[in-house]
Write a protein that binds this ligand. Structure first.
Ligand code: FAD
Length: 302
């Protein structure tokens, strides 16, 4: 590659998945540019769990160490910024950043994650990732035995309740509307001592992100230590869709088992393309994407 605007691979998104892909590529002497806007989904979480060798570390410390390791490989470059558009060219792809910088590459990897869409409940977003949590594997242990609420309804609520039931024996389902459980499901919840409250939530009272009480529309105030919430998401970056990458019905970028999207030469890895959200999974998917992109580059000349 001739100039500093042309790379073999551009990785959009330089958090766990993107950095992991970059390491596999850097170790294969590939010229790589990582473009990252610095907004990983777990940025508000005080401690990240369930990733061996880094259990309990600050999310940003894990990413910082990963970046330092990856940038030890001289063919890998990191640029802070937001990629805003992408297009196909005669030799591959072109990515433009919000500053108007234009970079070319033969292959693209999107490790752009997703953006969680916060409900308009006062206090919710301030507690997100601190005491309002999405995943029992990531944070459930820290709230074990605590008074716990699950903001969900129907199958989703039952799924989370089953997992959390093993961690706390004081569980309440907050369905914010008519509970949609059949007789058998209601009996199962009753058997495990899980109560259901259908009243709408109006506010989460908290101290620096630590839940104190959940306020309901009828004026009740319920004390909890932790609240599980399953909330919707959208793709963090619209560029994959712009390039023609197909999405699944759930809104993930469609990939095959080798992280290939439906557009030739374009790969995607982790939260943007899978519902299994964890740092360990992100690192694994990035590692695979890096190796598969390297293989494509190898196959073109060997
Ligand atoms: C609140 C919360 C707490 C969590 N806690 C844990 C935990 O304790 N343990 C655990 O294992 N997992 C945890 N997770 C899950 C874990 O954080 C994710 O699975 C992981 O961060 C996914 O990595 P990723 O690289 O795919 O995406 P992210 O880490 O979300 O990174 C995406 C990156 O892409 C960048 N980006 C996006 N679009 C662009 C663009 N157009 N141009 C440039 N850059 C762009 C973003 O700025 C960001 O840096 C948590 C998730 C949440 C939401």
């Amino acid at each position: 590659m001739k100039d500093d605007r042309s790379y073999e691979v551009i990785i959009v998104g330089g958090s766990y998945a993107g950095l992991s892909a970059a390491m596999a590529l850097g170790r294969s002497l590939r010229n790589v540019l990582i473009i990252d806007s610095g907004l990983p989904c777990n940025r508000q979480t005080p401690h990240s769990h369930n990733f061996i060798t880094h259990d309990g570390e600050k999310p940003l410390s894990i990413a910082k160490k990963a970046r330092e390791e990856v940038l030890n490989y001289p063919s890998v470059k990191f640029q802070k910024g937001l990629a805003v558009s992408g297009m196909m060219t005669a030799t591959g792809y072109e990515i433009t950043t919000e500053n108007g910088d234009v970079f070319q590459a033969k292959k693209l990897i999107f490790a752009t994650g997703v953006e969680d869409i916060m409900p308009s409940i006062q206090g919710f977003s301030a507690c997100w990732g601190i005491s309002v949590i999405h995943c029992p594997y990531c944070h459930g242990y820290e709230f074990r035995k605590g008074k716990t609420a699950i903001m969900a309804n129907g199958e989703r609520a039952l799924h989370v309740a089953g997992l959390v039931n093993n961690l706390s024996n004081d569980l309440t389902l907050l369905t914010s509307g008519k509970a949609s459980f059949d007789v058998k499901q209601k009996a199962k919840l009753k058997l495990h001592g899980i109560s259901i409250i259908e009243e709408e939530i109006t506010k989460i009272q908290h101290k620096n992100g630590w839940v104190q009480q959940v306020q309901l529309k009828d004026g009740r105030e319920l004390a909890f230590d932790a609240v599980y919430a399953a909330i919707p998401f959208r793709q963090h970056s619209l560029i994959p869709a712009m390039l023609g990458c197909e999405l699944t019905d759930q809104g993930h970028i469609k990939t095959d088992n080798f992280q290939k999207t439906t557009v030739a030469g374009v790969f995607a890895c982790r939260d943007n393309s899978s519902m299994m959200r964890s740092v360990a999974n992100a690192v694994a998917a990035g590692n695979l994407a890096g190796a598969m992109v390297n293989k494509e580059l190898v196959d073109e000349v060997f």
